[in-house]
Design a protein around this ligand. Sequence first.
Ligand code: DHB
Length: 307
Amino acid sequence: MADLSVKMAGMDFRSCIFNAAGPKDVTLKELETIGASRSAAITMKSCTKEPRQGNEEPRYYALDMGSINSMGLPNLGYKEYVKFPSLLKSFGKPVIASVSGLCLEDNIQILEAFNDSEVSAIELNLSCPNIKGKPQIGYDFAQMDEVLKEALRISKKPMGVKLPPYFDFIHFEEASGILKRRKPAFVSCINSIGNALVIDAEKEAPVIKPKGGFGGLGGAYIKYTALANVRKFYEMIEMPIIGVGGISSGKDAFEFILAGASAVQIGTAFMEEGPMIFGRVHDELASFMARKGYTRLDDFRGRLKQA
Ligand code: DHB
């Protein structure tokens, strides 16, 4: 039987497959559902200092091969997420907080509060595309460097960073330089491809309401961009990479690990399929590996061959 376990950033994961920050992870009840599923960790919704209702609806739309969303960070506020890890302990898996403060001061306050919580790790989100008037920090390298420096100074938890997709090699180099200097515990890539526009031709209108219809694209549409980001960072930096973007099968997970991912997260496909997806992808990956004669993830991680 294949061993899909992973040790990463000081944590033990039963498998390399768990939920991405975003879908169905706002309330304690939703997080308990993830806890009871075969997700190897419980990742919580990106939190802000104050509770937020999020953007106006419709703000999520499922497409043939993915989704578009402009949720606008609906969440209960960090004080709730600081309490949840101890309430989720019985599931015996890492609990990861996603932190998405609206300014550096908020992030510092939130990270300080998580220092005194039972959370296993922090994923600092530098890539939310859906807040009006707030650019994605991951596209402003000076700000990204400053935020990472301060956040890593404050946090006593293993802290990784969630990045937006990059499309140009010079941007991978700039981002890699910052990551090498600041040394987060892991990198999660990619967030949704920001500010896509999906139009309903019959209605002659966008399918979502906020920001004139512009929102983050997720799911299978973004898998190849996500694979490219995982591969580039695997080549350029020595730290664990969590691959996310368009994973909905064991074969998808295999491709991400081959590109260099230590683990994978599932977003849109969890939203659409529900919590059974974690066990399905796990079993499919195990079968795929067995067919190839692999028994552990280290047998093929990063070992992408030339065409
Ligand atoms: C939201 C979307 C994101 O892609 C993200 O990283 C954080 C929050 C949102 O709209 O809620």
